[in-house]
Structure formats: structure tokens, C-alpha cells
Ligand binder design. Structure first.
Ligand SMILES: NC(=O)c1ccc[n+]([C@@H]2O[C@H](COP(=O)([O-])OP(=O)(O)OC[C@H]3O[C@@H](n4cnc5c(N)ncnc54)[C@H](OP(=O)(O)O)[C@@H]3O)[C@@H](O)[C@H]2O)c1
Length: 297
């Protein structure tokens, strides 16, 4: 294994969930670490007992504010010679059927989950290419390998991230730069409470006369149940990300939970039409979603 001591790691969206767990584990490691969060969320670090030290910096970084990213990267280059491992972890998720999204909602979803990570990646690549080493780790999702009702826009953003990461893997291979997609499935955490609703999806959630009422009710219940019952925790995913950082030849795709592995394999072995029909039948109470006579939960 390569000597990884003193490599410089930059993590986005470290104020909660997986990012926070990763920040805690990196603080105890040999890596030189820069954890970042939106300015308004920085206060959480001191509450969580995370404070700056020689090898551990905390900086504000909103992934949708492209102008603010360069000063952070410039500072790291001046202080530590550049970022060696970029972990694009920050992410948001809209809960909305396609019909209830607006172009602005779609843009917001893509800005955080796709445009932001891509911009940050472009900023760190020149120094990585100069050193002929580096690692881009993009936190994807099972939603990046399959789509579910009420999560179309989230999946679109993660599919985009997966597509660009795959292209980048080819582009960077000759430069000695690795690209990895870590894809968690359901995680035992409160992250589903951070889910965003659009104006129309929020209304439909509590309006029984909405044609989509039962979509939101059943999907929200199922997701909450799966997350509450999941074995994997943000700590497990953070440990998996650190393991990937330490690999000499990290793979491009890393399903990071058991359900992620199951879907990863099913997508590969089942013909698509079989897969889609199977998944459709597994949706909770799917036969009642649009049947007015039986529309009782
Ligand atoms: N939890 C799951 O079950 C799950 C499953 C699969 C994949 N993932 C992926 O894992 C990653 C982490 O998710 P999580 O579960 O840890 O969710 P989380 O607890 O909601 O954390 C998301 C993080 O992203 C940050 N963030 C949001 N918008 C940002 C912006 N514009 N600029 C910078 N930071 C921003 C949030 O900061 P604020 O506190 O400031 O909002 C927060 O720290 C995401 O990419 C997510 O898609 C999660």
C-alpha cells in the first residue's frame, strides 16, 4: 500500500450525516483534513466537539456558490500543496413526482448534487495532474443506479454524477488519478427528515384529494421504515470511504450497503423489463395508488 500519511483530504457537506461521521474519523487519522460546510452550518462543528488543529481545518463552502470555492482551493494549495483526495459528499434530495417539480427545483437539485461537485473537481484536477496522483470520491447513491417514484429528480442528479464520474475515470487514468463512486443505500439516520418538498409536493402530501396523495404517503412511509430498519450507519459509510481512500487501486463503483449490493447485482443480471416489472410490483400498495375505490391506507 502506498504511503498515505499526510495526504490532504477535502470533504464537502460535513455538518451532518455521513460528512460529519467522516470528519470525526478523519480527525483521528494521519490525513491532513479540510472539512467544509455552508457558512450557516459551521456552528455545528463546535457543538460536535470538532475544532481546528494543525492538520485539521474548517472552512465555509457552499457547493452551489462557485465563486466561493476557488479561495478555499487556493488556500489549500498555498498551505499544503493542494488537495489529494476530494470527497464530494454534500447532497440534497427532493421528494416529488415529476409533475410537481418546477424548473427552479430541478436546477437546485442539480446544482447541489451535480454542478457543484463537478465545479470543485475542475478546481482540484490541475494540481492533481501536476503531481500525477489524486483521488476524486463522489458520494452517489442507490438512487444513482435505479430510480423510484417521487425521487426522479434526485436520481437524475445522481445518474448525472455517475455518468460524468465514469467519463472522468477514463480521462484521469493515465494521469494516475483515481475516481470512485461510493453508493450507499438505506442508512440508519435522520437524513430522511432533511428531504425537501416542492410547493406542489408539499401540498399533495397532506391533501387527500390530490391524485398523488397516496404516492407520497406510501413512499414516505416506506423510506422512513427502510431507513429506521437499516443496519448501515453514517459511521459505516464513512469508514468505507476511508477504506477506499487507502486502496492502491480503488474501484470505480463501490456499493456501500447490503441493499446497494443487491440492487447493483440485480441491475446487472436481470433483463431490464423484468427488473422494472419486479420493482413495480414491490412498490408498497401500488394497486391502491390510483384506485379511487380502494384508496385507503
Ligand atoms: N442517508 C442516506 O440514506 C443516503 C443514501 C444514499 C446516498 N446518500 C448520499 O450521501 C451524501 C450525504 O448524505 P447524508 O445522508 O449525510 O445527508 P444529510 O445528513 O442530509 O447531509 C447532507 C449534507 O450536505 C450538506 N449540504 C446541502 N446543501 C449544501 C450546499 N449547497 N453546500 C454545501 N453543503 C451542502 C448539508 O449541509 P447543511 O447542514 O448546511 O444543510 C449536510 O451537511 C449525499 O450526497 C446523499 O445523496 C445518502
Amino acid at each position: 500500500m502506498r504511503n498515505i500519511k499526510n495526504r490532504v483530504v477535502l470533504v464537502t457537506g460535513a455538518s451532518t450525516g455521513i460528512g460529519l461521521a467522516l470528519a470525526r474519523q478523519l480527525q483521528r487519522s494521519n490525513f491532513r483534513t479540510v472539512i467544509t460546510a455552508r457558512k450557516s452550518s459551521l456552528v455545528r462543528f463546535s457543538k460536535e466537539g470538532l475544532t481546528e488543529a494543525d492538520n485539521f481545518l474548517i472552512r465555509p463552502l457552499n457547493v452551489t456558490d462557485f465563486e466561493s470555492q476557488k479561495p478555499v482551493i487556493d488556500e489549500i494549495e498555498a498551505a499544503w500543496g493542494g488537495v489529494d483526495v476530494l470527497v464530494n459528499n454534500a447532497g440534497i434530495s427532493f421528494r416529488s413526482v415529476v409533475e410537481h417539480m418546477t424548473p427552479e427545483d430541478e436546477m437546485e437539485q442539480l446544482r447541489v448534487n451535480y454542478f457543484g461537485p463537478m465545479h470543485l473537481t475542475r478546481l482540484v484536477l490541475p494540481s492533481m495532474r501536476k503531481k500525477r496522483r489524486g483521488h476524486i470520491i463522489n458520494v452517489s447513491s442507490v438512487g444513482g443506479m435505479m430510480a423510484m417514484p417521487t425521487m426522479g429528480s434526485y436520481s437524475a442528479s445522481k445518474f448525472a454524477l455517475e455518468g460524468a464520474s465514469e467519463a472522468l475515470w477514463y480521462e484521469m487514468r493515465s494521469w494516475g488519478i483515481n475516481v470512485s463512486l461510493v453508493a450507499p443505500g438505506f442508512i440508519h439516520s435522520n437524513s430522511f427528515t432533511n428531504v425537501r418538498f416542492t410547493e406542489r409536493s408539499h401540498d399533495a402530501l397532506s391533501n387527500q384529494s390530490s391524485p398523488y396523495y397516496y404516492y407520497y404517503q406510501h413512499m414516505s412511509r416506506m423510506i422512513a421504515k427502510m431507513m429506521n430498519g437499516a443496519w448501515a450507519t453514517p459511521d459505516n459509510i464513512a469508514a468505507r470511504i476511508i477504506k477506499v481512500m487507502n486502496q492502491d487501486k480503488p474501484p470505480l463503483r463501490i456499493p456501500a450497503t447490503i441493499d446497494a449490493w443487491v440492487f447493483h447485482i440485480l441491475r446487472r443480471i436481470l433483463p431490464r423489463y423484468v427488473y422494472h416489472h419486479l420493482l413495480y410490483r414491490c412498490l408498497p400498495h401500488i394497486q391502491k395508488w390510483v384506485d379511487d375505490d380502494k384508496n385507503k391506507l
